[in-house]
Design a binder for this molecule. Sequence first.
Ligand code: AMP
Length: 278
Amino acid sequence: MQIIHSVQAMQATASMLREQSASIGCIPTMGALHDGHASLITASSQENTATVVSIFVNPTQFGPHEDYQRYPRTFDADVALAERHGATHVFAPSADDMYPKGFETTINVGRLSTILEGERRPGHFDGVATVVAKLFQAMLPHRAYFGQKDFQQTLVIKRMVADLNIPVQVKIQPTVREASGLAMSSRNRYLSAEERTIAASIYQALEAGKAIVERGSRVRTEIEQAMHGQLADFDVDYAVAATAEALSTPEQFSPDEQIVLLIAARLGTTRLIDNTTI
Ligand code: AMP
């Protein structure tokens, strides 16, 4: 497996792979890799001749009081995990290479980036969209793999790819969970043993909301109340039911509409997000 540190070298390698008619799958990550990332790497290595995992803690998607400085950085273990799951390349650029002096351009994906996560984390999705577009320009993938864990992010990226005619097939993989139901996340490393046990209630809340829908209700407040009922231990940013297609929040969902339940909640100093589609 090859490790590449510069944008220029990555582009040269990806161009060469394309000339050899290799198909390239890419997995953009911020490192601290776990089994959720592994599932994306495995999916890519089954569908492509080359699989490039990018590891880049992107400063522009963190707010000023967020965890950019303390975000876990575990490069050697990440490289080993990527290789074990079939990656052929790791792309790990520096922030200076990604954002050289004079950098000015930002991609803004409109309404989708201003609601829910976007409302609580202003500028977050501009940072995500811009870095993903830049990573695509470096890795030149045919396919890109993202996790449903970050549901709103998948919508933002699919919207950007469609709107800008980016010739990349976006593939969304299911959320990988601990046995307790807790969604795997690099940020779970911040949790104490006790908090980790409590954190599984987020999954219980999603299941409680889902149960209301499965019992026949499509009234948004009823679904949301059921979720809130499980979240007493948390400082809840949001626990909402929305349409999976556009994240709109009607009072009542129509029978044929796919619903997504989305939660963002803080436990101590750790902010966790999760979702499920129905
Ligand atoms: P991150 O390193 O947190 O930016 O995540 C990189 C990619 O891995 C994103 O597409 C995430 O949605 C995905 N991912 C993170 N956690 C999980 C998980 N538990 N299951 C599936 N995919 C995940």
